[in-house]
Write a protein that binds this ligand. Sequence first.
Ligand code: ATP
Length: 125
Amino acid sequence: MASDYQENKKNRIGVYYAANGVRHALETEINMRVHIIIMLMVVLFGFILGVSKLEWVSLLITIGMVLTAEMFNTAVEHIMDYLAPERNEAVGRIKDLTAGAVLVTSVIALLVGIIIFLPKIIVMF
Ligand SMILES: Nc1ncnc2c1ncn2[C@@H]1O[C@H](COP(=O)(O)OP(=O)(O)OP(=O)(O)O)[C@@H](O)[C@H]1O
């Protein structure tokens, strides 16, 4: 049906642009690459240390939170640089807030990682 075709076309274009956004973040944001490296290490340790299904879910949710916060932070930085490229106290505060959101999610992710991995590491010794 024509409307189904339009719907599929629209979705495909949307995913294409969204994937472009992820690629842009990976290419331009060093923090994003650091998060991805940490994520790959967490997944590797997850397999090595045999985390449970529920632990995988917790890890994936926290990883998703950090990556999402980082992308929103990057988007806000771009918005602010576009709208107000000059130094401005309000812009600085806005950027600090979104950077703070990344910090909060990262600390939570670290705590989740410690809770899941530390007991498994301790029993190995
Ligand atoms: N236009 C501005 N006016 C005032 N302070 C700013 C401005 N731009 C940046 N800052 C300050 O510098 C900090 C870093 O901002 P910047 O845009 O350089 O982010 P960044 O270092 O690229 O961050 P990230 O590492 O998350 O990509 C902000 O959190 C803010 O405190």
